[in-house]
Design a protein around this ligand. Structure first.
Ligand code: ADP
Ligand code: ZN
Length: 301
């Protein structure tokens, strides 16, 4: 009874739903394409309902694409606020799951959940006070653990949209962010690579100039995060970060940009331990949602 937790990673292209208790106790997992809210949330509920009916779930965690409302005292808490994804703006994702399953539901951004997943389930990270998770995929998102907890503020981190130096003589590409043009996401997300170079990121071979430029933009973003948050570790994930050389290029570029200013051995000599790929692979978000569910269950909802 109440042995398991439900985790949902609600993404713009797919929902990952998982029942389990952690990376080594996965009971069942499904992937649902993100279509309309009615269809997609309906299929997610159908997956969890038998477990809930048998009393096997203690709580559910949701790691959502956004922007989302994370303020528990707001009337739109747990809703997706502004998204260009047709039909999804204003959807009360948390409320619908809560009302249908009658369970406590924890709710956060996909990237905060991924940061929490890497912090909770990777023993090397668990004792850290601070950690940054950056995903480079269809967009660029940043989740932050500060004082051991996911960081919320006025809204939530949108560090993927920070400004980075853009030399238009060297890179005339104007960027694709609908709000800012050449912010970090506008210059360096997967679709920006595809548009600039005329082929999907995964088709750009090692040694192509795309990767040095990509690494440099990401490194400017990450150096800014090192200056502001001073995280004890950075996890760099997402589809684009699967390119085999990207982590090494980014490490080298971060060191070049910091230029020896910050006197930590991790930054000066052990960048390979400081900037790492996700230990949970592509499951950081959904396993972060499981960790959030466990926490909300322990707190009694
Ligand atoms: P999402 O951000 O939608 O959750 P992903 O994190 O999988 O999805 O990122 C998708 C992006 O990653 C696409 O732009 C795709 O071209 C790119 N991508 C996927 N695999 C690779 C790879 N092996 N190397 C470089 N880019 C990749
Ligand atoms: Zn932007």
């Amino acid at each position: 009874m109440n042995r398991w937790f439900g985790g949902i990673e609600a993404g713009g292209t797919k929902f990952i739903c998982l029942v389990g208790a952690g990376p080594n106790t996965i009971v069942e997992e499904i992937r649902i394409p993100t279509t309309t809210p009615v269809e997609t949330i309906g299929r997610a509920l159908k997956f969890f309902e038998p477990y809930a009916r048998r009393g096997e779930l203690a709580a559910v965690g949701i790691a959502s694409f956004g922007p989302v409302d994370l303020n528990p005292s707001s009337s739109t808490y747990g809703c997706i606020t502004t998204t260009p994804k047709p039909g999804w703006a204003g959807v009360d994702l948390r409320g619908q799951i809560h009302r249908a399953l009658h369970l406590p539901v924890a709710f956060d951004t996909d990237v905060n959940a991924a940061a929490f997943g890497e912090h909770t389930w990777n023993p090397e990270n668990h004792s850290l006070e601070s950690l940054v998770y950056m995903t480079v995929g269809t967009g660029i998102g940043v989740g932050v653990i500060a004082n051991g907890r996911p960081l919320h503020g006025l809204l939530h981190s949108e560090a993927g949209h920070m400004a980075v130096p853009h030399d238009i003589n060297r890179d005339p590409f104007p960027g694709i962010c609908p709000y800012h043009g050449d912010c970090l996401e506008g210059l360096a997300c997967g679709p920006a690579l595809a548009r600039r170079w005329g082929c999907p990121a995964e088709a750009l071979p090692a040694g192509h100039p795309a990767w040095e430029l990509e690494g440099e933009y990401l490194a400017f973003g990450l150096a800014n995060l090192v200056y502001t948050i001073s995280p004890q570790r950075i996890v760099l994930g997402g589809g684009v970060a699967q390119h085999p050389d990207l982590h090494e290029i980014v490490r080298r570029q971060v060191q070049r940009i910091l230029n020896g200013y910050l006197r930590s051995p991790l930054l000066l000599e052990k960048m390979d331990q400081y900037l790492v790929p996700p230990a949970l692979g592509s499951r950081s978000g959904v396993l972060g949602a499981i960790a959030m569910a466990r926490q909300v269950a322990e707190r009694g909802g």
